[in-house]
Design a protein around this ligand. Structure first.
Ligand code: ARG
Length: 467
């Protein structure tokens, strides 16, 4: 096939170079955005009298017919001999409408075209991410409502620390995922604030183009201020990959907990059969493969972010072919996150919560020791002294096989005369939970408020979904 740029060359490109250079295998997924960009570019060219109205109309009709064929005609195939999707669509257009097709690339370059397409494409894909995050958070709220009284040990250093509830734990993740939506929105808003189209190859153009018009029609706020920056910038990919990486950090930590919780050692939850897998050799096994894969796939997304950072770090302005490598990295990152979220949410919704086991675990680890110390503090003792006495009581319990709830009152009183019978109420797990009612705390009514607040925020952002 004749190259569009064949004029300058005397020899055919080596076939190995063609294959090496080509990006159509992975950038054809941007066909919709490429066609959309070209339609408004053609409209602008004719409004500015750079091409005739007839040519513009032929171009636009031709582009719609290509879009229709790609979407609906099974016989039609994107020619993977083309270097990239931009070249393919332009060549296909000229094949269909002849001479007018050759006018489309006036006052434009693939350099501004590719970064415009990529931004529009990422806006669409991250909208799916956003929707899936909303659905995950909604699921966490619904699940939490059932477990606001399900006491479980809260951990630090993976050692039982203080009483919380399963709802409190789930809502911690809901808050992280809310910030993730915020980060995606922030990155997308910045990405769509300035349109690079019209930057052309790097130095703008001598044609009287209307960059304002194409920017607005393509969903941007305004044209970018500097044409060199317009074609050189891949910050938007890095920002989106960062936001996606943080989502994966959250999903991966959550997965790690799911894996722990469904082990026999914890048995806080049991995964639904539909979201677990068996072993080929050990008949008793029920494995949390989904959670493990999500944890594993976080590595790819962090790798994608690294790829983007390292690709860009030494590049002189403006476009360099290295930048073609941005696409596989950012596509993989967004695909992976969307894929993980799709399976993770129903896994969470369908898992069986063993609240009795959580409570039993909570009863054992002296997670009410702080409350015992606080009891003394409320009777006038300094916290440090109360802390020491409680530590001694815990040591005694461990040696003699007691828990603070059933330790005889005489033993308490041997350590301090401030202890009275009511200490048993103070160290009772339900009391400990109820009293942790500081703002954001695990007390049932506090967590219920958290759930209501997040649900309300979700209702608002659901309505803001990008088109
Ligand atoms: N396929 C290229 C890419 O993805 C398009 C831009 C090519 N521009 C150029 N001057 N070779 O980056």
């Amino acid at each position: 096939m004749d190259k569009m740029w064949a004029g300058r060359f005397k020899k055919e490109t080596d076939s190995k170079v063609n294959a090496f250079n080509s990006s159509i295998d992975f950038d054809q997924r941007m066909y919709f955005e490429d066609i959309k960009g070209s339609i408004f570019h053609a409209e602008m060219l004719s409004e500015e009298k750079i091409i005739s109205e007839n040519d513009s109309k032929a171009i636009i009709d031709g582009l719609y017919s290509i879009l229709d064929d790609i979407d609906n005609n099974d016989e039609f195939e994107i020619d993977t001999e083309s270097e990239d999707i931009h070249m393919f669509i332009e060549a296909e257009l000229t094949k269909r409408i002849g001479r007018a097709g050759k006018r489309l690339h006036t006052a434009r370059s693939r350099n501004d075209q590719v970064t415009t397409d990529l931004r529009m494409y990422l806006k669409r894909k991250t909208n799916t991410t956003r929707k899936r995050l909303i659905s995950l958070i909604g699921t966490l709220c619904r699940k939490s409502l059932r477990y606001t009284r399900a006491i479980m040990p809260g951990y630090t250093h993976l050692q039982r620390a203080q009483p919380i509830t399963f709802a409190h734990h789930l809502m911690a993740y809901a808050n992280m995922f809310m910030r993730d939506i915020d980060r995606i929105d922030d990155a997308v808003n910045r990405m769509m604030s300035e349109c690079p189209l019209g930057s052309c190859a790097l130095a703008g153009t001598t044609y009287p183009i209307d960059r304002e018009m194409t920017a607005i029609k393509l969903g941007f706020d305004k044209p970018c201020a500097n044409s060199l920056d317009g074609v050189s910038d891949r910050d938007f990919c890095i920002e989106i990959a960062s936001a996606l990486s943080i989502i994966m950090v959250h999903l991966s930590r959550f997965s790690e907990e799911i894996i722990l919780w469904c082990s026999w050692e914890f048995k806080f939850i049991e995964l639904d059969d539909a979201f677990a897998t068996g072993s080929s050799i050990m008949p008793q096994k029920k494995n949390p493969d989904v959670a493990e894969l999500v944890r594993g796939k976080s590595a790819r997304v962090f790798g994608d972010l690294q790829t983007l950072l390292v690709t860009m770090k030494g590049l002189p302005l403006a476009y360099n072919k290295d930048m073609q490598e941005d696409k596989e990295a950012i596509f993989d990152a967004v695909d992976t996150v969307n894929l993980c979220l799709r399976t993770f949410t129903p896994m969470i919704w369908s898992m069986d919560v063993k609240d009795e086991n959580m409570r039993n675990a909570a009863a054992k680890g002296f997670i009410n020791a702080t409350d015992c110390a606080d009891y003394l503090v409320k009777k006038g003792m300094a916290f440090r002294d109360a802390y020491k006495i409680t530590g001694e009581l815990v040591a005694y319990c461990i040696e003699e096989g007691y828990i603070l709830e059933d330790l005889p009152i005489e033993i308490y009183r041997k350590k301090s005369r401030l202890f009275n019978d009511d200490v048993r109420v103070a160290v009772n797990l339900d009391t400990c939970l109820k009293k942790r009612s500081s703002y954001g705390g695990p007390a049932p009514e506090c967590v219920t408020k958290q759930i209501i607040n997040i649900k309300e925020k979700l209702r608002i952002i659901r309505n803001e979904l990008h088109d």
